[in-house]
Design a protein around this ligand. Structure first.
Ligand code: ADP
Ligand code: MG
Length: 676
């Protein structure tokens, strides 16, 4: 038997079992030995019922009686009497009715849970239960708990793993030995032994350290290789033409911030090179990324190239097209807009204008990557809110040129340094850490749902002064089973009561794009005083006269999302306000406290990363596919170690092909993380 062997080679695995395993994605011996436990149950310290003390405890007992009742709507409580030779004990589970079937067998179980005083008596709360006969009879009593994927029983996985134990102990090393030695890591075999058959928790943590290091190392090595590959590409050098840029800047209605100048300069220098630019422009909301992309597009045009700018929503693409047209048409640069709403003959005409070079800067949504779109000479691609796009979509757009165009990826979701390094290690990064002159920090306040009347008074004062307001809600329709506010009901309510005298617009994702545009345009033109909206306004929308935002049920939003939403105000020299109305008057969450305190997107990104982990935040598509099993991207120390070793590997030109498993993983990551 070897790693590539089918699981049917294992003693006791018949066709039915093999099918179950296959359904869970486990086909080969290798699949199984790399299927890692999600947790461990510690049975090393079993107490008797007579000796129990409050706190976490494990006992070995049988279940004497068990029953389930429904207490409130939907809440099922299962209670049981457990017994060992020293006494009896009450146990309780919430919403785990399957415990009845599991425990009725009369067999002996290990129960692990919190022994606590509750409802006037001591009880074991929500204990886990493992059949004693399923726990391996060994000195080690640290029981690995495997995920039960598609009904695959953790006990079966444990049994098979024991069959494979000799093979696991002989697993060949997968990392270069120099790295294992200098990082003082355990070997690959030791790591897998530590995961599947630990004797102590220290075994588990050494194993995890090694495996997490390996994942990060693979990821970082992939980005090093991407960077090398990029450096070998032949792109479109575009010489810097100073008079062009000077004229562009002189024509702006404002002065560029120092950060904008720096970013622009970095981009223009990249443009001059014959290797294509590969740059991420990170700037907090409202830091002015669009004009930087516009400046670069101006230079590309001067050098004889077309520009494509892709945005994730139609609202945003439309807004960018208008902004860029303002900035660029004075210089004879033709800007076009391509979205899903452009249909039929108009679309064909647009396609022709793009392919003949009649349009110089094409702004659009995903519509840009469709087959019919052909450029005459595409030299520069900018992708706004880049984390909203998958790798494949970015690649599709870049393929519209015969050589690799210069790429500027833009994001308003600041990425903590550690994460930028792992996710986008091959990118050069420009940062806009400065807001335009004269902007006051937004005043953010948590607001109790019971004192709306006062809030509306404050808002109305702003409206009376000529400003505009957003009201953000979570839902579109009314849902009788849901207490959260819907935009439709809120729109009705505000229009019919407190804000009778105001003009109120309604915006949500179910409107047709033309309708959405019409609403946005009216709001931008000042024809609405208030815009009641779902999070469709979240991305990039720019209406400087709007200075107030109310976010209803604010506790239902993520931290980064709140920060993005709030970024719709604070876009002019007027003082702006953001009121976070919570759905209950309960104590505000950590998220809400943090956002009330800080206007700094970079700081909030760090907090969010700690609170939620990176998967949720940074490009679902990318991160989901990365599928890190052990490593967390928040582990900056380990990332730094892995980065150092990845550099060493590349600098010493170690031959990757000697390490087959490493090479395969690096190849996978390279394809997932590359931006081009
Ligand atoms: P974001 O970085 O969030 O995409 P935008 O590009 O939408 O920001 O710019 C936000 C607003 O700030 C726009 O109205 C834009 O015209 C304005 N702006 C950009 N740069 C400056 C500047 N240097 N001074 C004043 N206003 C600026
Ligand atoms: Mg933007």
């Amino acid at each position: 038997m070897n790693l590539a062997s089918s699981l049917t080679k294992i003693r006791g695995v018949g066709e039915r079992t093999a099918e179950q395993l296959a359904a869970a994605g486990l086909h080969t011996v290798e699949d199984l030995v790399t299927f890692l436990p999600r947790a461990y149950e510690d049975f090393s310290e079993v107490t008797t019922i007579a000796d129990l003390k409050p706190g976490n405890a494990t006992i070995k007992a049988v279940c004497q009686s068990i029953s389930t009742r429904i207490v409130r709507r939907g809440m099922r409580v299962t209670t049981a009497t457990l017994a060992d030779s020293t006494g009896k004990l009450h146990a309780v589970w919430f919403n785990q009715p399957y415990r009845e079937t599991q425990l009725k067998t009369g067999e002996e179980f290990y129960f692990s849970g919190n022994y606590e005083f509750s409802y006037n008596r001591y009880q074991l709360s929500n204990p886990s239960a493992e059949k004693v006969s399923d726990v391996p009879v060994q000195t080690d009593r640290l029981l690995p708990i495997y995920r039960s994927v598609k009904g695959l029983k953790p006990t079966l996985v444990r049994k098979l793993m024991h069959e494979l134990r000799p093979l696991v102990s002989l697993m060949p090393e997968t990392l270069p030995p120099e790295i294992v030695a200098s990082e003082r890591l355990v070997s690959y075999a030791q790591a897998l032994m530590g995961m599947h058959f630990p004797e102590t928790l220290a075994d588990v943590s050494r194993a995890k350290e090694r495996l997490a290091f390996e994942e990060l190392f693979q990821l970082l090595l992939a980005s090093q290789f991407n960077k090398q590959a990029n450096a070998k590409l032949e792109g479109w050098p575009m010489p810097f033409h100073q008079p062009t840029i000077k004229a562009f800047v002189a024509n702006l209605p404002f002065e560029l911030t120092a950060a904008q100048r720096r970013a622009a300069w970095e981009i223009l220098q990249d443009f001059e090179k014959s290797t294509p630019m590969n740059r991420l422009l990170q700037g907090d909301v409202g830091s002015g990324k669009t004009v930087v992309a516009g400046l670069a597009a101006r230079q590309a045009h001067e050098a004889g190239f077309q520009t494509a700018i892709m945005a994730p929503t139609e609202i945003l693409a439309t807004q960018h097209a208008a902004t860029l047209d303002n900035l660029l048409s004075p210089f004879g640069v033709k800007v076009g807009l391509l979205t899903g709403s452009v249909k039929g003959a108009a679309r064909q005409a647009l396609y022709r204008a793009i392919s003949s070079g009649g349009i110089d800067v094409v702004v659009g949504t995903h519509a840009l990557i469709q087959e019919g779109v052909e450029f005459k000479k595409l030299g520069f691609v900018a992708i706004d809110e880049q984390h909203r796009f998958g790798v494949a979509q970015r690649q599709e757009l870049l393929k519209k040129s015969t050589r690799m165009p210069h790429l500027l990826a833009m994001t308003a979701t600041p990425i903590p340094r550690s994460l930028a390094l792992t996710l986008y290690g091959e990118l050069d990064i420009s940062i806009l850490n400065e807001r335009p002159k004269g902007r006051l920090p937004i005043k953010t306040k948590l607001w109790s749902p019971n004192s709306r009347a006062q809030l509306y008074k404050l808002v109305d004062e702003e409206l009376a002064a000529g400003r505009q307001a957003y009201v953000i809600c979570n839902l579109i329709d009314d849902d009788p089973n849901n207490e959260l506010k819907s935009v439709e009901a809120e729109h009705r309510r505000l229009q019919n009561s407190v804000f009778k005298h105001r003009r109120i617009g309604l915006l949500h994702g179910r409107l047709k794009s033309a309708e959405k545009d019409a609403v946005m345009q009216k709001f931008a033109a000042g024809d609405y005083d208030i815009l009641v909206s779902t999070t469709v306004v979240e991305v990039g929308v720019d209406v400087p006269n709007a200075t107030v935002m109310i976010i209803e049920d604010a506790d239902r939003f993520g931290l980064s999302q709140l920060h993005q939403l709030r970024g719709r105000v604070g876009r002019s020299t007027h003082q702006s306000y953001c009121y976070l109305v919570t759905s209950t008057s309960a104590k505000p969450t950590k998220r809400l406290q943090e956002i009330e305190k800080s206007n700094d997107g970079f700081y909030l990104a760090e907090v969010d990363l700690k609170l939620r982990g990176p998967g949720e935040i940074y490009g679902r598509a990318q991160h989901g596919e990365l599928n890190l099993q052990i490593a967390t991207l928040a582990d900056t120390k380990l990332i730094a170690r892995a980065q150092k070793q990845a550099k060493w590997f590349v600098e010493n030109s170690i031959n990757l092909l000697q390490y087959k498993q490493l090479a395969a993983q690096v190849d996978k990551y390279q394809r997932l993380t590359t931006l081009n």
